[in-house]
Design a protein around this ligand. Sequence first.
Ligand code: HEC
Ligand code: HEC
Length: 452
Amino acid sequence: MLKSLSVMLISAFVGASAMAASLPTPASDNNFYSNGQPAETKVQLGNLLFFDKILSGNKNISCGTCHSPYMGGSDGLSLGVGEGGKFLGPMRTLGEGVDAIGNRVARNAPGLWNLGAKEFTRLNWQGVHQVDEATGEFLLPSGPATPQGLDNVLAAQVIFPVVNQTEMLGQPGDNEVIDASIGFPRGTPFLFPPQWEALADRVKAINDYVDLFISAFDDVDRADDITFVHIANAIAAFETVAFRATESPFDRFIAGDRQALTIAQRRGMDIFYDRGNGAKAGCHQCHSGTFQTDHDFYSIVIPQFGPGVLPAPAGQDYGLEEVTRDVSDRYKFRTPSLRNVALTAPYGHNGAYNTLEEIIRHHLDPVSALDNWDPELVIMRDSGLMENDFTGWEDTLLRQELSDTNELSPTTLSEDDIANLVAFLESLTDPASLNMRGMIPPTVPSGLPVGD
Ligand code: HEC
Ligand code: HEC
């Protein structure tokens, strides 16, 4: 009797310690891309381009509109509102009259934090921009039309928002950039190169830019040497530096400063990493590593909301299946990094939840959270909602299909545990990221307005 009890105790102990995760290792410069030489000018140039509307077909939106320093590198909206939209942040509307935009971006704009770390090899919620780590080969929607010379996958990503009609390009007939591909075969990636060239032409025509490209790139001696690849590499260099956020209280804690976290944050950390004697939520199983992501894809059945993404029917987003065309990947989305997550509400691939507490509660019982979701949680101005936005969620058969793919088993936590988990997630905020206004240049070489 005594013997079997002690065996039980030992095995219970072994079980628990096998489950507990060790804390991640602190980030260092080695985790991040170096930006080549002379890095400083390249970063400064990328900073200007990131905020310059010259890269949008109708000169009305920049990367910084949706990835705003005022909104934690995101836009504060559930779904991105692209070119033609008016105002910034949660007040953004679809614009008016003939210029009003026909559709929104189907997903939530991520905060871009730490994407210059080399381990981020698959970008976007469904991982559509990838680099094969073994061969260094890019796997991109541009396929054979992908230009040579892109520094890394972050640079490879830059070439897409500018040729996306809803995000930055505009509609046929609107401007010379989209019309540069008139006559090229529709529905193929060969539409993109003339558009990249037309954008590079705009930049080349501005002397202040030409001077900066000459000092930033060894292979640029005159305006005509500038290509969209240089533009992309400069923007990626800027993103790598500007969105690095690795000085949070949690970073100080894992580097050895035992005072860096409050009691609540430490308790939350123990719940997250299954450490100690209290509750265990297994968060680290997916949110692992230095940046709290395993870079893998799971279905955790966030309620469907928004216009949907092809090839799925309207109102549906199949996630990873869009890339792999494998039905078993349906509704899987990339585990997001949780760095600076307290700054990037709303949450989930379509911003279905507003607060950290809500998205944590969703994780604890995904299927019933899906059934009991409240569409009022969506952050879009009234004018920003559209006809099919809720059909994917309202249709109970579709909802059942989504439910059946759930990969998260329910976890019970107390109210205190949930509050502690929220406190832990807040400890992942780098204080330097709280005020990033310094990132916004007062003017840009095109002379177009900045910051509206
Ligand atoms: C209209 C709003 C909008 C604009 C403008 C925009 N983005 Fe985004 N961005 C998004 C959304 C939404 C996503 C997520 C898309 C998805 O997953 O399908 C995204 C994804 C990204 C990602 C991948 C993030 C990750 O975590 O994987 C990067 C990097 C990025 N954008 C950079 C840029 C750059 C650079 C520009 C300018 C050239 C830009 N974006 C312009 C809305 C925007
Ligand atoms: C099975 C893997 C898995 C586990 C375990 C898991 N998550 Fe997640 N988490 C995800 C995925 C995948 C998403 C994105 C889902 C989507 O948008 O469709 C996500 C989203 C989030 C988000 C929203 C981030 C953002 O930027 O929108 C937060 C916060 C979060 N998880 C915290 C947690 C916490 C806290 C735990 C533990 C209670 C946890 N997760 C456990 C996979 C997981």
